[in-house]
Design a protein around this ligand. Structure first.
Ligand SMILES: C[S@@+](CC[C@H](N)C(=O)[O-])C[C@H]1O[C@@H](n2cnc3c(N)ncnc32)[C@H](O)[C@@H]1O
Length: 112
């Protein structure tokens, strides 16, 4: 490992340890590899993010339908394409520069 990578790693570990000391609760993170339309991802989901710039209409419609199972007040962030649903209110839509180009970031909140 290079010296700079080692320093970065030490800084990261220190930040993580400090964060864990301050935090009174732990967060469980699970990674699931599969089709988003076939996994029950919405069950305990308070904040969802879809890097959806290249998603087609069928996929966006499927995600939107499943997202309607999320809790009231939860958040869903999408790129380029919004969730078209009366269950979701767009709180903010703003263009940001990504490493690969500009994309509109939609922040939705579940209202119904
Ligand atoms: C723009 S890339 C995002 C890459 C990376 N996950 C990120 O957020 O930086 C969109 C990703 O959506 C994934 N994807 C497309 N259809 C999907 C589906 N039905 N279920 C799960 N993932 C899907 C693609 O495989 C691709 O990795």
């Amino acid at each position: 490992m290079s010296k700079s990578k080692q320093i970065q790693s030490e800084v990261w570990e220190k930040a993580l340890a400090s964060r864990n000391r301050k935090s009174s609760s732990s967060t469980e993170i699970r990674f699931q590899h599969g089709d988003i339309l076939k996994i029950e991802w919405w069950k305990d989901c308070d904040v969802a993010f879809a890097n959806s710039t290249c998603f087609d209409r069928k996929l966006m419609r499927g995600i939107t339908k499943l997202s309607e199972n999320m809790k009231l007040g939860s958040f869903f962030i999408t790129f380029t394409k919004e969730l078209v649903s009366e269950h979701w209110k767009i709180l903010n839509a703003k263009r940001y520069n990504m490493s690969w180009g500009a994309a509109t970031v939609f922040i939705h909140q579940k209202v119904k």
